[in-house]
Design a protein around this ligand. Structure first.
Ligand SMILES: NC(=O)c1ccc[n+]([C@@H]2O[C@H](COP(=O)([O-])OP(=O)(O)OC[C@H]3O[C@@H](n4cnc5c(N)ncnc54)[C@H](O)[C@@H]3O)[C@@H](O)[C@H]2O)c1
Length: 276
């Protein structure tokens, strides 16, 4: 591809379950931009999802790994370094799951073992991946690690439940590890705070349809799609953003800076027209 931004770069992409997954698009776009990639997901997702199709299309290998297992993550990093023939350049963390959301348990009645699982899968997994990559010195200088987040880390959005707390922790890990990895190895770590996106994980959120509509009306540029998020990830993996680190970068059409928009208030007013 002309103007390929990732020519000669190698990376691991976590979290492509099916063609709706944001990670699916990131993998595809990275490959189109010249990157060599390895795909990974939990063993059950590899069995149940369609990651094999993506692997075939991009000529990449799939290494199953449960992101809550230190053993799996170590094996993944070791095997990836064998396949790549040494260090690599980027990682995408695109992993999220809350048993409380799945089981419709409201935040004020949370189940703590479930909540710990939410944090383990959705946030501590990021620390685990970074710690392992750091231990194996797996990432080249000026390499880039990106995790996907959501504005519920800063603002309360009804129905997002303990995933808001998980995202706050995820973004904090990006800053804490970003300092250490930047200082010692010149590796940058950022989170992208993405618009609501119709994916498998997204559709688990209570009231997702209304949230998609509300965000779209509130955002001057409209919701950002998974494909657009993939473009942003490519730029962050590329050499064009070498001094960007420890940031939470909003990719949301402007939503996070809005209070109320004309489009949203017009829709809101309609509900009063029906009132006596
Ligand atoms: N969809 C949205 O509205 C939205 C908005 C902002 C941020 N995000 C974030 O984007 C990321 C990707 O989600 P998505 O929307 O593409 O949905 P998705 O369901 O396609 O991806 C979630 C992935 O997490 C993986 N996963 C779950 N448990 C795991 C485990 N133990 N080990 C390894 N992988 C595991 C799943 O297999 C799946 O591939 C998540 O972090 C999500 O919170 C999503």
């Amino acid at each position: 591809m002309d103007g390929a931004l990732l020519k000669g770069k190698k990376g691991i992409i976590f979290g492509a379950l099916n063609e709706k997954s944001i990670a699916w698009h990131v993998a595809l776009r990275s490959w189109q931009h010249g990157a060599e990639i390895i795909l990974t997901n939990s063993p059950v997702a590899v069995r149940m999802g369609t990651i094999g199709e993506l692997a075939e299309k991009t000529g990449s290998k799939v290494i199953p790994a449960d992101a809550t297992s230190m053993e799996d993550i170590e094996k993944l990093i070791e095997e990836s370094m064998d396949i790549f023939g040494g260090k690599f350049d980027f990682i995408l963390h695109s992993i999220g799951m809350s048993p409380n959301v799945r089981k419709d348990i409201p935040y004020e009645q949370t189940n703590y073992p479930n909540m710990l699982k939410t944090f383990d899968i959705s946030a501590l997994s990021f620390h685990r991946i970074l710690q392992t990559a750091y231990k194996y010195d797996a990432i080249n200088e000026w390499g880039s690690v990106v995790a996907l987040s959501y504005v519920a880390a800063q603002r309360t959005l009804t129905g997002y439940n303990d995933m808001g707390d998980a995202k706050a922790l995820l973004e904090s890990i990006a800053r804490s590890f970003g300092y250490i990895y930047g200082r010692d190895r010149k590796v940058r770590i950022n989170t992208i705070s993405q618009s609501p996106t119709p994916t498998t994980a997204g559709s688990g959120v209570h009231g997702m349809e209304s949230l998609l509509d509300f965000s779209d009306r509130m955002s001057p540029l409209g919701n950002a799609t998974a494909e657009e998020c993939a473009d942003y990830c490519v730029v962050l993996f590329s050499n064009l953003t070498r001094k960007v680190t420890m940031q939470n970068l909003y990719h949301d059409g402007g939503f996070s800076s809005m209070g109320m928009s004309l489009k949203a208030i017009e829709q809101y007013k309609k509900s009063f027209e029906e009132c006596p």
